[in-house]
Design a binder for this molecule. Structure first.
Ligand code: SF4
Length: 93
């Protein structure tokens, strides 16, 4: 399955075959709404933004509620806690 992200190498049937051999239901991962209390595959990625903030943003999105632009008001996402050059965060400048 080398370079399978490229259309000319991607083979859907091979993926389905591997899922079946490994007893994995791809729909469990790709076609359902995940709970906020679940451990998600991308939870290991830490860019400072807290899961609590992301959950709050998700709930607000479903209610069509927007968050102020960072240049207008900090909403306390947590991105500024890592330090370094976080170019999108006005609190880091
Ligand atoms: S100003 Fe920085 S810390 Fe505040 S919400 Fe924006 S990115 Fe996050």
């Amino acid at each position: 399955m080398r370079f399978d992200a490229w259309d000319e190498y991607f083979d859907y049937d091979k993926w389905m075959d591997v899922f079946e051999k490994c007893d994995i239901d791809p729909s469990f991962y790709a076609n359902r709404r995940m709970g906020y209390d679940e451990i998600l595959p991308w939870d290991v990625i830490d860019i400072g933004v807290s899961k609590k903030f992301l959950v709050s943003e998700s709930k607000k999105a479903y209610e069509s509620v927007t968050t102020p632009n960072c240049k207008e008001k900090c909403s306390g996402c947590g991105a500024n806690k890592l330090g370094g050059d976080v170019t999108w965060c006005p609190k880091m400048k």
